[in-house]
Write a protein that binds this ligand. Structure first.
Ligand code: LLP
Length: 387
């Protein structure tokens, strides 16, 4: 691999493991999104849960996006990072009273409400604190996103949102509450979605729902289609930027919307995943009984996706120039058999001291890190600060 992001001499002196963020790629990705939405009433709310590193968040702030938050902590971070509260949306199946009050005081754009009970709780808190809340109903449209079961969110069996059969009761409840205004609908059917068909189905469902809800006297101004656009984990160099054009075209062509409506979306992974890499050093190369292991100094504490979802991440040896290739399992130092980054990975002959790159970790990588085994959090760097 000869990608200028990974100039080996620059990386050798930095203690490993660390996260390396390619800010040029991030900029290119943001430019592509901006091109796609130019001239359309589409508002992007960056899903902060994907990566909350200040180096990344500040770049997104400069770009003018809003933020999708799922906790009081994320709202606080968004506000401290300078985001305009009127561009913050707040989802979450179990918002605490404290989080609700905090969001009201911050005057965020809206709550994406996930149950009928939550409507009552927000109304009660508004009543006692003197605030008024704008809400979007998060509707679970029962659409299969054809993705990993742990990141599917829009099926009846999932805990998220208000099911379509419960919608009539939610609307009756809304009419009875005086401290809440319904301003829109919210959906999020899952993550790492790599085909357009689920998004097309979603549009059709949304069109029917809006017609039915508006015929009951409500005015839907915001159609929030959530996030979920996937990335190419297998070919990060060939496809560094997701197909935003096809993604946005789905909504431009399949959603029926009039001039009083805005489309909102909450992209996370597709904005930041490909710009992040873990740089890690080989500590041992161990011949096991049936396998050969490369043991690296990064562990599942730095990237839990392979252990949690059996997720694939491309792994490259940045320093070996050996022509001979070998088959390895690449494993971390943690005392867990699940601490595996890749099985049967073909790499040039690898030795102690080599630097490896674990690719596409910019989303749900650093942000899901832990200090398990009392390992400190790894540091992070921008490519432009190193070269
Ligand atoms: N909006 C809501 C309400 C969400 O729950 C999520 C992600 C997003 C937007 C952003 O979705 P994205 O564009 O990133 O697909 N840790 C898992 C992914 C969990 C996604 C949680 N919700 C992983 O590593 O694959």
């Amino acid at each position: 691999m000869q990608n200028t992001t990974f100039q080996i001499d620059k990386l050798q002196s930095i203690p490993t493991p660390f996260y390396l963020y390619d800010d040029k790629l991030l900029n290119d990705t943001l430019n592509e999104i901006n091109q796609c939405i130019k001239g359309y009433p589409i508002n992007v709310h960056y899903a902060l849960k994907a990566n909350a590193n200040p180096l990344i968040v500040s770049r997104l702030k400069q770009n003018g996006f809003g933020v999708d938050c799922v906790s009081g902590g994320e709202i606080k971070l968004a506000i401290e990072s300078g985001f305009d509260p009127s561009k913050i949306v707040f989802a979450g199946v179990a918002k605490s009273d404290e989080e609700i009050l905090y969001a009201l005081k911050a005057r965020i754009l809206c709550f994406n409400v996930e149950s009928i009970e939550e409507l009552s709780i927000i109304d009660t808190i508004c009543n006692s604190s003197g605030y008024h809340a704008n809400v979007c109903l998060r509707i679970n449209p029962n659409i299969d996103a054809h993705t990993h079961k742990y990141i599917t969110t829009g099926l009846d069996e999932n805990k998220f949102g208000i099911g379509i059969p419960q919608l009539p009761d939610a609307l009756i409840k809304l009419k009875s509450l005086s401290h809440i205004s319904l301003i829109g609908l919210h959906f999020h059917i899952g993550s790492q979605i790599t085909i357009t068909q689920p998004f097309i189905l979603l549009c059709n469902r949304i069109n029917a729902l809006i017609q039915s809800i508006e015929s009951q006297g409500f005015n839907i101004k915001i159609i929030n289609v959530g996030g979920g656009l996937g990335i190419d984990y297998y070919n990060p160099d060939k496809n560094p930027i997701s197909d935003f054009q096809s993604y946005f075209n789905v909504f431009k062509t399949h959603l029926k919307f009039s001039s009083d409506k805005q489309i909102h979306c909450e992209l996370g992974r597709s904005i930041v995943a490909q710009c992040g890499t873990i740089i890690t050093r080989v500590l041992y190369v161990k011949q096991g009984i049936t396998k050969k292991f490369i043991m690296i100094d990064a562990g599942m504490n730095n990237l839990i996706r392979p252990a949690l979802y059996q997720a694939y991440h491309s792994i490259q040896n940045l320093s070996s120039t050996d022509q001979q290739q070998e088959v390895y399992d690449v494993v971390g130092p943690i005392c867990e058999s699940a601490d595996v980054f890749g099985t049967e990975v073909i790499l040039p002959k690898t030795s102690r001291g080599d630097l490896l790159a674990i690719r596409s970790v910019g989303a749900y990588g650093e942000v899901m890190a832990s200090t398990y085994n009392c390992r400190p959090f790894a540091k992070s760097y921008l490519v432009s600060d190193l070269y």
